[in-house]
Ligand binder design. Structure first.
Ligand code: DGL
Length: 267
């Protein structure tokens, strides 16, 4: 099926999921919206994030005729996934359940951690998702306000971010977790700093690869995979903020597939 996969995030974070989707499904057309004009979502009330998520998802359906929507943002998944699944006429894929599944598979000791935005951690979405797996895992959670802002500024290393990471990661570090889920799609861009602070014995897990696999399975089940061998995939990247910054930093983060960015309006 020739229709694109739609994806959205508050900004650049969902590009970690887009990278995994492009790698796993290189023949698929893609439309990605980064709501950089309204980021960060993590500190906003859930009801507001839910409205933003509905706007973005419906725009992907109505304006771009997507065949599936990947909610490439944990904060939006935590706030709106039930509504989106109920109201959208296409398959909806979130990042929380795939992330929780990847986490319980990866932990050896059963002492696991998750970090995310204030909105995600406060929602309890990961506690519920991990409990739903039925695995004997004890989860320690920590919110990391400020991490997303560093990524959006393109500052993914250095003393400032390391000092913040040492403070914010203290609860999961002290809990002795053996595995840490990066429960915000921006955080893989800070993986080097997080790994340094957590030490060599802690395994970092992100939801990107697992979400790409779930996307492939959902499309296959719906008979919506695009067959290989046709015209090359078209990938469209839109932002509600500064278009040239989205193209510049987005290309550095995602890679050469992000050639340029277009405007997306939220009015
Ligand atoms: N990438 C979003 C997430 O996964 C970041 C939310 C924000 O803008 O604070 O939660």
């Amino acid at each position: 099926m020739d229709r694109p996969i739609g994806m959205f995030d508050s900004g650049f974070g969902g590009l970690t999921v887009a990278r995994a989707v492009i790698d796993l499904l290189p023949e698929e057309h893609l439309v990605y919206i980064g709501d950089t004009g309204r980021y960060p979502y993590g500190s906003r009330p859930q009801a507001e994030v839910r409205e933003f998520a509905r706007q973005l998802a419906w725009s992907l359906v109505n304006d771009f005729d997507v065949k599936a929507v990947v909610v490439a943002c944990n904060t939006a998944s935590a706030a709106a996934i039930d509504e989106l699944k109920a109201e959208l006429p296409v398959p909806v894929i979130d990042v929380v359940e795939p992330g929780a599944n990847a986490l319980v598979r990866a932990t050896r000791s059963g002492e696991a951690g998750v970090i995310g935005t204030v909105g995600t951690i406060g929602s309890g979405a990961y506690d519920r998702a991990v409990a739903a797996t039925g695995a004997a895992v004890h989860l320690t959670s920590a919110a990391c306000p400020g991490f997303v802002e560093f990524v959006e500024r393109g500052q993914t290393s250095g003393a400032e971010v390391t000092i913040l990471a040492e403070r914010l990661l203290a609860p999961v570090h002290e809990a002795g977790v053996d595995t840490l889920l990066l429960g915000c799609t921006h955080y893989p861009y800070l993986a080097a700093v997080i790994a340094e602070v957590m030490g060599p014995n802690v395994r970092l897990v992100s939801s990107a690869d697992e979400t790409a696999l779930v996307t492939r399975d959902a499309l296959a089940a719906a008979g919506r995979l695009r067959s290989a061998g046709g015209a090359s995939a078209e990938r469209t990247f839109l932002s509600s903020g500064d278009i040239s910054w989205f193209a510049d930093l987005g290309r550095r983060l995602l890679g050469p597939e992000l050639r340029d960015a277009n405007e997306w309006r939220f009015d």
